[in-house]
Design a protein around this ligand. Sequence first.
Ligand code: HEC
Length: 199
Amino acid sequence: MSHNHDPLGAQQRENADPEERIRPVPLLAALITVGMVLFGVLYIFLSEPFGSPALGDRRTLADLSGPGPAAGGAVDGKALFAAQCAACHQATGKGLPGVFPPLDGSEWVQGDPRILANILLHGISGEIEVAGQKYQGAMPAFPQLGDAELAAVVSHVRSAWSNKADAVPASLFEAERKASTRTTPFEGGAALKALAGGG
Ligand code: HEC
């Protein structure tokens, strides 16, 4: 048995090399696509999604903003203290020695509510003595808070920790706002005491 080398025969037994051919999109797929596009365009033009008042979000701004503090909801003085005052006076109300004076045990907090109201409405910038220690810092004013909010936060600090002073009414802030023409912070403890003397 001899080996018969027959290159030509081997070549003829091979499949032809694959070649790329142009294969158009099947007619059915093309028709379905065109049909879907036409349906979408017609749907948009024939329906009136913006004209129907039954569709969409119909809540008004008033619905979304919820009841304001004036709407009878009780204002949370403790939450206001945490948000507005605790950064400086600390959650414990003890302040930071030499920097922020304490509210806990402070004679200003438990004293004349008028002075306290004016501290919050106008701020302080100057020397003030609190519980036997002198401070020389700056306390921002909070005129942007409403009368009910200021009354709530002041009432909270007057009765929090070891403090045992009465709550103050929102009308106090309303009256003090009207009574004062001051546009700058109090120059310190002396200016605040003069306020009490001046009636
Ligand atoms: C940015 C820091 C800061 C914030 C916020 C702040 N205070 Fe003060 N507060 C001070 C400083 C500082 C003084 C002392 C002012 C000075 O030295 O002239 C002071 C003084 C006071 C005093 C008089 C002194 C005392 O300790 O009793 C009261 C009352 C007071 N703050 C209440 C409040 C209340 C209530 C809030 C929140 C609504 C508040 N403070 C928010 C910094 C702050």
